[in-house]
Design a protein around this ligand. Structure first.
Ligand SMILES: [Zn+2]
Length: 80
């Protein structure tokens, strides 16, 4: 399934648009057009990583907020 996820990168040697599987990220690949070796990196990748980090932070905040709401929700019950 992961092999279907690809990102595009422009070859710096011949300018051809390459479709690179994400599992090759950070590795040396061979351009299909000119055969030049290039590093499979893309600025979009760092955005994806940052997005995942942001989601982790949001999840932590949501869990903390949910815990607070549970505490607040249980407070009136205890008073009754
Ligand atoms: Zn090339």
């Amino acid at each position: 399934m992961s092999s279907s996820v690809r990102f595009s990168k422009i070859c710096p040697t011949c300018g051809r648009s390459l479709q690179i599987p994400v599992e090759l990220l950070g590795k040396e690949i061979c351009c299909q057009g000119c055969g030049a070796m290039l590093r499979a990196t893309t600025p979009e990748t760092s955005k994806v990583v940052n997005t995942f980090e942001g989601i982790d932070e949001r999840v932590d905040r949501l869990i903390q907020a949910a815990d607070r709401q549970l505490q607040h929700a249980s407070a009136p019950t205890n008073l009754l």
